[in-house]
Design a binder for this molecule. Structure first.
Ligand code: FE
Ligand code: CA
Length: 512
């Protein structure tokens, strides 16, 4: 993918050439920190956070897939964005200085673009050009296209399989790709996977950086990042399995000490920031990171992106589920934190868009997993924080949110479920629906078995294969295609639509 360009080529290209002239001193003295002839774009390119007239462009100066080869000094990086794939109609350009502090990541909030159109972009550094990426800006309010599509993914474990689902998403050519967490997994190298993690379980920034670099070296993920704007939010494995706020899972690691865990979480968030096309307000701050945010896609769809890990109270019953009882109805327990609960309700109810999408991590619909009269629920999902769920569902419903749709991942199975106003009262009305995407790879191939959903009648569908969900919205309806792969432990399996559901505008509930 290396595109060697001469200084004359740079000048002809305009943007980076102008940069080289105006920052000539920087360019010539500091750029020599990179080995002569080295290709600095091993990390590829990405884009994300589309807005009407704007989008984030991303790259990271790296000399090899794992980012192990040192990059020193300050690296000037030119960028260009154009209206055509051939990069001839350049509409904006500039320079960023990549520094060690942010892991030589580069992001550009290109905000002087026209709404609702495709753009192509590339970066220059060290006399070389990055691959050309493609991205899109959101439509202006009132100027939406007839329909808009996105693919929903979660739980992509490097060792558990090939990222074929990402390849199939690329082929589906959605407008946008949403990843709701477990983008990386933190475990050390295992013995049974189809491929191995390159480093031990990360505890520090260097470790998390290498883990992200390894994941992003996957050719299918690389291509997905190059071609589609991303909207991402992490779940637990970007830091550590089932952490809650500043509380580690129970294990024998030094991070049982909350101060140690805070440092570990800060390292994980910093690496996440460095590798994701996020906006500046998401830059980590102390041990925290402002991840919950809105993504404005005009009048057809509005995304409220939540963070259900960073502010949650500790899991009930020592996080040993399935369980049931008063700890799960504790009014002081909260999954997104009280402030974010209010924010979610406020943003969902104030939106004037037709489809109001809440992109978040864990299953919101009630899910009794114990057969028979006894009930048992996951201690890590909304069921374990029922008062919190009730505050959000009641707020969304009473505020008159138009067509609320919740996006979920985490549990490595597809589920399509209606959301009841009050799950304690099965006769209460359907106020929205939840689309839960299976894993990209986690859990390996899975099986063709189906869960018996009779004890959770609001749940309409389950599948245990790997894949993703493809969603299309227009003015009349939302359509969700649950895509599955026959295998991920062998490469290149085809994707099929295992089931489809629609939701009609103004008529809550899934239709088969
Ligand atoms: Fe997962
Ligand atoms: Ca039961």
């Amino acid at each position: 993918m290396s595109t060697r360009i001469s200084r004359r080529g740079l000048l002809a290209a305009g943007g980076a050439g102008a940069v080289a002239l105006s920052f000539g001193g920087v360019f010539s003295s500091r750029a020599s920190a990179l080995p002569r002839g080295a290709y600095p774009f091993a990390a590829g390119v990405a884009s994300g956070e589309p807005a009407p007239g704007g989008v984030v462009l991303w790259t990271r100066i790296a000399l090899d897939d794992l980012g192990r080869q040192a990059v020193g000094g300050v690296v000037p990086v030119g960028w260009q964005i154009a209206e055509d794939e051939g990069m001839t109609r350049i509409v904006d350009r500039g320079i960023r200085l990549a520094t060690a502090k942010d892991g030589y990541s580069v992001r550009v909030e290109a905000d002087r673009l026209r709404p609702g159109r495709e753009y192509w972009y590339r970066f220059y550094a060290h006399g070389q050009a990055s691959p050309v990426g493609r991205t899109r800006t959101a439509p202006a309010f009132g100027r939406s296209p007839r329909s808009l599509s996105f693919c929903l993914a979660s739980c992509s474990h490097w060792e558990a399989g090939h990222f074929t689902a990402y390849r199939r998403i690329v082929e589906d050519d959605p407008w946008l790709v949403v990843h709701v967490g477990d983008y990386i997994y933190e475990g050390g190298p295992g013995k049974s996977g189809v491929r191995q993690h390159s480093n031990a379980e990360p505890m520090d920034l260097a470790g998390y950086r290498e883990r992200h670099a390894q994941y992003n070296s996957d050719p299918d993920l690389r291509e997905l990042r190059r071609l589609f704007p991303l909207v991402v939010t992490p779940d637990d494995h970007e830091v550590e399995n089932n952490y809650a706020g500043l509380i580690s899972q129970v294990d024998t690691e030094p991070d049982q000490d909350p101060q140690v865990f805070a440092q570990r979480r800060a390292a994980a968030y910093q690496a996440y920031w460095e590798f994701m096309p996020l906006r500046r307000p998401q830059h980590p701050w102390g041990s925290g990171m402002q991840l919950y945010r809105e993504v404005d896609l005009g009048d057809l769809a509005h995304f409220v992106v939540a963070d259900t890990r960073q502010y949650r109270t500790d899991q009930p019953y020592g996080d040993k589920g399935p369980a049931d009882g008063p700890e799960m109805t504790n009014p002081d327990a909260t999954l997104p934190g009280i402030a974010q609960e209010r924010w979610i309700v406020d943003r969902m109810t104030r939106s004037r868009a037709r489809w109001n999408v809440l992109a978040q991590q864990v299953l919101m619909a009630s899910h009794d997993t114990v057969k028979g009269d006894a009930k048992g629920y996951s201690t890590d999902q909304w069921d374990a924080y029922r008062a919190s769920r009730q505050r959000v569902l009641t707020g969304i419903a009473d505020g008159g949110t138009r067509n609320p749709v919740v996006l979920t991942g985490d549990i490595h199975q597809h589920y399509a479920s209606d959301l009841l106003r009050d799950f304690a009262d099965p006769s209460s009305p359907v106020i929205g629906s939840e689309l839960c995407a299976t894993s990209v790879t986690s859990g390996g191939d899975g099986s063709d078995a189906r869960e018996d959903l009779s004890e959770n009648p609001w749940m309409k569908y389950n599948a245990k294969r790997r894949g993703y969900v493809r969603v299309t919205v227009d003015r009349e309806r939302l359509r969700a295609d649950f895509r599955t792969l026959s295998a991920v432990t062998t490469p290149d399996a085809p994707a099929v639509t295992d089931a489809s559901f629609t939701i009609e505008d103004g008529r809550p509930g899934l239709r088969a």
